[in-house]
Every structure is written in C-alpha cells, then in structure tokens.
Ligand binder design. Structure first.
Ligand SMILES: [Zn+2]
Length: 348
C-alpha cells in the first residue's frame, strides 16, 4: 500500500545554431521542439561558429519516436524530448510520474508503456508553469493522485486551467511518498524559480529533479528564467547541493546532469554577481552623461545601466563563454538582474 508520509557563407547557419542552443536552455518558455527531421538535417558547427557562440552541445536526434528514455537506476527512468525532460518511477505498486510536459503527454505515456504495464498512481508537479505540466489533464483520471507544493496548488486554483488540474495533496516544506519500496522526498527549498518550485529527491538512488534552476553546461535562461528573487534562486541551488545525489534532472536538455555540473552553474551565479559589482564600481555615471548627448534623463539612465551590464558581460566573457551554453544570449540579462538587485535589495 501507499504510505503518505563554419564560417558558413550565410548568417543563417549561425542563427540556426543559436536558435537550437537557445531552445536547449529554455526555462519555462514555449520553445517549439525541433522535429527529429530538423535535428537530423542540422549541420555540424564549424570551429568559427564555436568561437562565435561559445560552448554548446548539439542536440542529438531523438529518432522517429521523438523522445529518449534511459534507466538511471533500478525503478528510475529519465524521459526527454531533447529540449524538455522529466523522470518517472516504476514500482510493483504503480508508476509515479513528474511534470507531464505540454504537448508531450502522449509520448510520455508511450515511454512508460515501453517499460511497464503498471498504472500511473501519482503525478508530481515540480511547479505550476504551463510548459512543464501542460499535459497533466491526460493523466488526471481515476486513481491518479496529484501532489504539489501548496503555492503551486494556489497558483493553479487561480489559473483555472483545465489542462492543469489542481493537486489532491498540497504539501508545505516536505513530503514523503513511499510506494513499492521506493521513497520519494519532496522538498521545498524556498521561492527560487517562482513560488512552489520543489525538489523531487530519491535518496536511495541518489537521483533528484529540480526544474528550471541549473541546466547542465548552460547559463540560466533569460533574466535567470524570469525569477523574481535572485537571492532565493541561488539559495535553492545551494540547498540542493547539500543533498546526497550523483545525477539530476533539470527539466531541460537531452541528458541528465552530474553533481559537478550543478556546482558549475552555481559558480556562474556567483561569478555574474561578482562581475556586476565590479562593473558598478568601474562604470562612471558622470562619464556616461558626458558621452551621452541626450537631454532625456530616462534615456541617460538607461544608457548608463546598459554600459554597466556591458562591462559586467565583458568581465565574465573570458571565463564563461567557452564553458556554458547560452552565454552570448543571456549573460547581459543576468548582469542586469544583479545590477537591479544591488540597486534595490542590497548595495554592493
Ligand atoms: Zn518554470
């Protein structure tokens, strides 16, 4: 029973590569999935492209099926469509799924049927965002209990979206689900990527899932995936790294991440904060005012903030462009978030 406790001649190729890399990094956007066909047609990047774009991992073909399934440990399976991912747990007492990705629910059902005939008994939402749980309605039927953090439940009751049924079980800080000899710990480490975003942790297998927080080998998505409280976002990753795990599922990418890769993304958070402080100290408002011809004070201020963000980006570039995907697209935005944080929350 269950217990509840190249220089390619045109610019088009460069744009395409950037677009694919951006898709890999998407943090709660409705980035279209590349079809397996388009992936197969993707040309390998030349050395020059790598120099322009920085580090990136080509998206492998997911074949005709349109998804990958990989067994991570006994009972634990990783599901990925290439851009989005989740995990599911198969036991003799039923299946526990997480995050039924919008538009990919049928593929998830197919993936589960590849490995078991057991019914789905529990569905865990990592958070309320529609891109990650928009196909929940395909699983919400008889006998399927939905579990989510209380803030996720609140948000879903407000949205009244029939595609995202509200949870049956709403937990606060911690929740333990035991089924078929497997214990799944749900942990709410605080706001981070929006209220309710929780860690789904399987201690016995040293596997966890924490969505939209630290995509392996990637900088965070635009403006830290639209997070409101950047300090709590950082704390969320720090708290996660206190757990004993080897492998994690980030919600995005064609593969899982290693513990060291989460540490690397956290190091980028620290580095972007530090660079923003250096840039604030280095760029002079008076210099920008002298340089800028505008009489519009808002325009002047915007020009100054852009100059600080640009300096911050310049400081980060030598170390991080070749290490993490998305640097060219998002680093200035991360600098912007930190600059705002220092202006409004905590002076450097
Ligand atoms: Zn999200």
């Amino acid at each position: 029973m269950f217990s509840v406790s190249g220089v390619y001649s045109s610019k088009v190729l460069k744009f395409f590569i950037i677009a694919v890399a951006t898709g890999l990094l998407s943090g709660c956007t409705t980035t279209p999935e590349p079809s397996s066909q388009s992936v197969n047609k993707q040309k390998p990047a030349s050395v020059t492209d790598v120099v322009l774009d920085g580090y990136y991992e080509p998206l492998p073909s997911s074949g005709k099926k349109g998804y990958f399934v990989e067994q991570l440990a006994p009972e634990i399976y990783f599901f990925s469509t290439g851009v989005y991912n989740n995990l599911f747990v198969v036991t003799q007492e039923g299946v526990v799924i997480t995050d039924p990705i919008k538009g990919k629910g049928k593929l998830l059902k197919q993936a589960i049927r590849e490995v078991t005939t057991q019914p789905v008994r529990f569905m865990i939402y990592s958070h309320s965002h529609i891109d990650h749980i928009g196909d929940a309605h395909l699983f919400a039927g008889e006998g399927v209990q939905i579990i989510a953090q209380v803030e996720t439940g609140k948000a879903l009751r407000k949205y009244k979206d029939r595609n995202r049924p509200v949870p049956h079980i709403n937990f606060g800080t911690n929740y333990t689900l035991s089924i078929g000899g497997i214990t799944i710990e749900l942990i709410y480490p605080g706001e981070g990527h929006g209220k309710g975003n929780s860690i789904i942790y399987i201690p016995s297998r040293k596997v966890l899932m924490y969505v939209d927080m630290a995509t392996p080998k990637s900088v965070p998505f635009k403006n830290f995936a639209y997070t409101i409280d950047i300090a709590s976002h950082v704390r969320g990753i720090e708290k996660t790294l206190k757990l004993d795990f080897d492998v994690y599922v980030a919600g995005h990418l064609h593969r899982t991440g290693k513990r060291e890769e989460m540490k690397e993304v956290l190091a980028y958070h620290y580095a972007s904060k530090k660079a923003s402080i250096e840039a604030i100290k280095k760029v002079s408002f008076l210099d920008v005012r002298v340089r800028t011809k505008t009489k519009d004070v808002e325009n002047l201020f915007g020009t100054y903030l852009d100059a600080v963000a640009e300096e911050c980006y310049r400081i980060l570039k030598p170390e991080w462009k070749h290490r993490l995907m998305g640097f060219e697209a998002f680093a200035r935005g991360h600098c912007d978030v930190w600059i705002s944080y220092h202006r409004t929350h905590k002076a450097p």
